[in-house]
Design a protein. Structure first.
Length: 329
């Protein structure tokens, strides 16, 4: 692959959550004096989450996700705060997690694919809570801030669900500016986790394999995907998942790109796989249907002009860009 390919791929893949230029300051997380000075800066800002959902300020210019540390306290004293990093000008950015009690649930029409909870901060009509998928789908924040929020959501979800030591059950304490939890009883250390997921497009000549899960929006077909297991290579996971879900066997596997996916804390590893068989045996569990699509039909889905109204994944998802990369050769 030549330089022109990489430049075109870079332009073609602006998928959600993948833009984050923060200096994570990982080498300074054990420096108490540095962290104290950073926290005292007047330009320090924080992103707020509660019940896995971003809290945003309403304004005439749109939604604003950045709160001063004093503004965070005015909303609710956070149960957890962690340093995400710093902007190019050195201004630090934190993630703040509020107790569930800081917001109230007013309705919930979630369908397993979309988070349709309506949450509100009592007495604060100037604030709104919007789920991460809607932020990305609707472009409510810049690509940069959406990516930083993905980092914040994944980290805060880990803190919310790992308050006790997995080794002995004791309550853990936070260390390394929010990037480690330590057990004072058994001395175990625990670190934020990222769950690797392979997502892949199996291809055979001028055809590609797409499937649909029961929870997908009506008429949408997408790439197959599944979690990478312990002791498994990316290539083997790709082959295994395709075979388990569709009955199709694959040979060569090529990596294309990756995408942080904060639902709650995955990394989508995008690949193209060369099919060596064609017969389909859909598992009926992960997938309710799978089909081979000719390139022209896949292009029509991407362009929203399929005669049967079949849909490709949204541009926010790496699946869209895997399919587009193949369609465009």
């Amino acid at each position: 692959m030549n330089e022109a390919f990489f430049k075109s791929a870079e332009r073609a893949m602006p998928f959600a959550f993948a833009v984050n230029s923060l200096n994570r300051l990982s080498e300074r997380r054990e420096d108490p004096a540095f962290l104290q000075d950073l926290r005292a800066r007047s330009d320090a800002r924080a992103l707020i989450l509660c019940r896995d959902m971003p809290v945003l300020k309403k304004g005439a210019g749109g939604l604003d996700p950045l709160f001063s540390l004093a503004e965070v306290e005015a909303v609710s004293s956070p149960r957890q705060i962690a340093l995400l990093g710093a902007f190019a000008d050195g201004a630090p950015v934190y993630a703040a997690l509020l107790d569930d009690s800081a917001v109230e649930l007013r309705s919930d029409a979630s369908d397993g694919f979309l988070d349709r909870r309506v949450l509100a901060v009592p007495g604060r009509d100037d604030l709104t809570l919007v789920d991460m998928r809607s932020i990305a789908l609707q472009g409510l924040l810049s690509a940069e801030l959406t990516g930083i929020f993905a980092q914040a959501k994944a980290l805060m979800h880990w803190h919310a669900h790992h308050g006790h030591c997995a080794n002995c059950g004791a309550i853990t304490r936070v260390a390394a500016a929010g990037w480690r939890r330590e057990c004072d009883v058994c001395k175990a250390q625990h670190f934020p986790r990222t769950d690797p997921v392979v997502i892949m497009l199996a291809v055979d000549g001028d055809n590609c394999l797409l499937g649909r899960q029961p929870r997908f929006p009506k008429a949408m077909y997408s790439c197959l995907a599944g979690f990478l297991e312990s002791g498994e290579t990316i290539e083997d996971a790709v082959r295994r998942e395709i075979f388990e879900e569709s009955g199709v066997r694959c040979g060569a596997v090529a990596y294309l790109a990756s995408q942080p996916w904060p639902f709650p804390a995955s990394l989508m590893i995008g690949c193209i796989a060369q099919a060596t068989t064609r017969e389909l045996q859909v598992d009926g569990v992960e997938l309710e249907d799978a089909r081979w699509f000719p390139r022209a039909e896949a292009r029509a889905m991407l362009e929203g002009r399929h005669p049967n109204k079949l849909l490709a994944p949204h541009r926010m998802a790496i699946a869209h860009h895997l399919l587009r990369a193949w369609v465009e050769g």
